[in-house]
Write a protein that binds this ligand. Structure first.
Ligand code: ADP
Length: 348
């Protein structure tokens, strides 16, 4: 168990900056989800920690130990790959025992440790089967057991659930989280699924083009995105580009007739991005209490039934379309007045 510190890590492949000056800390026993679109540098980051990728510059530390140039097998990290990478010619038992054999543990210790790992992931009784005689979910558990059996200081999981169907994925997500907490093991968990990241992580690291866009706890990164990329990636449904206007009171933008402030440094005729979630908007002004809010006006142009709620498209006088989720059933073409807390509408 260790604190992981990464300082100014960079790695290029030709002209591609796979990692661009990445710095972060993951505290002992915490689970950090590394989130980002395909090609954002997630795998490169985790492979660099494991020692499979040699970086151009920067440092990787486990507590105070600088492992930047250490061989992979000396780092005491363990990795679970997306495709599990189990050895097909070895039984489940042999797969799990392999790392211990490499470390020259005694037969007795190997037997004890493998038994411990099998119990940990609930696979007792399957030790004599070969990987192809087990389900995808079971193979995933074998991969996890094989990683944990060597008592790594850092557990690295590269999209560990992406090959499983939705139901098993959902269940295993919570099992991994429980196991990780029980063993108090510092963990890096790569995913491109924002819901998975938010539900499992103590800390979310969002990458794009090899750079960290935001690093925060799940609630903060979801509710206070640093920039439009973060907001959009974490599921904000409205990203509206609007022109900056000017009158004798200064600069402003208009949305649904509401006068919105303009971020510092902007000039007339510049554009701004206005970001809000479909479910942060309400028709119920009372519910917002004394807090300050914007009133947005428009007309319902389309609607879609989503079960517990409906999603409405609302056309504003300025020619924008807002997506709004409401429980109430309303007719298309109705005029509508909506309220949103000022802190829930981001302007960049
Ligand atoms: P992610 O895991 O987020 O999909 P990667 O870390 O795999 O992203 O890749 C980051 C960038 O580096 C991508 O543009 C990818 O094409 C490039 N890249 C990764 N590995 C290599 C490699 N071995 N050779 C050349 N380019 C690579």
């Amino acid at each position: 168990m260790a604190n992981l510190t990464i300082r100014n890590l960079s790695k290029s492949y030709g002209a591609v900056r796979a990692l661009d000056n990445v710095s972060l800390t993951v505290k002992e026993g915490k689970l950090a989800a590394v989130l980002g679109p395909s090609g954002s540098g997630k795998s490169t980051l985790v492979r660099a920690i494991a020692g499979f990728v040699r970086c151009d510059s920067g440092e990787i530390l486990l507590d105070n130990r600088n492992i930047t140039h250490e061989k992979p097998e000396l780092r005491n990290t363990a990795m679970v790959f997306q495709n599990y990478a189990l050895w097909p010619h070895m039984t489940i038992y042999q797969n799990i025992a392999y790392g211990l054999k490499l470390r020259k543990k005694s037969p007795e210790e190997i037997r004890e440790k493998v038994q411990w790992a099998l119990e940990l992931v609930d696979l007792q009784g399957l030790e004599d089967r070969y990987p192809k005689q087990t389900s995808g979910g079971q193979q995933q558990r074998v991969a996890l057991a094989r990683a944990l059996v060597v008592d790594p200081e850092i557990l690295l999981l590269d999209e560990p659930l992406s090959n499983l169907d939705a139901k098993i994925r959902y269940r295993l997500r919570f099992e991994i989280k429980k196991l990780q907490k029980r063993l108090n093991i510092t963990t890096i968990y790569i995913t491109h699924d924002q819901e998975e990241a938010l539900s499992i992580a103590d800390q979310v690291i969002l990458l794009n083009n090899g750079q960290i866009q935001q690093e925060d706890d799940p609630e903060s990164i979801y509710s206070s995105p640093n920039n439009p990329f973060v907001a959009e990636f974490l599921g904000a449904s409205n990203v509206i580009t609007a022109d900056i206007l000017e009158d004798d009171q200064g600069l402003y933008v208009l949305l649904g007739g509401a006068r919105l402030p303009v971020p510092r440094g902007k000039k007339p005729h510049d554009k701004v991005s206005i970001i809000m979630r479909a479910d942060e908007v309400s028709q119920d002004r009372e519910a917002l209490g004394d807090s300050s809010f914007y009133t947005l006006k428009g007309r319902i142009s389309e609607q879609m039934y989503l079960g517990a709620k409906r999603r409405y498209e609302v056309a504003t006088g300025e020619g924008h379309t807002l997506l709004v989720d409401l429980e109430k059933r309303l007719p298309t073409d109705a005029d509508i007045e909506l309220y949103i807390h000022r802190d829930k509408l981001y302007i960049y």
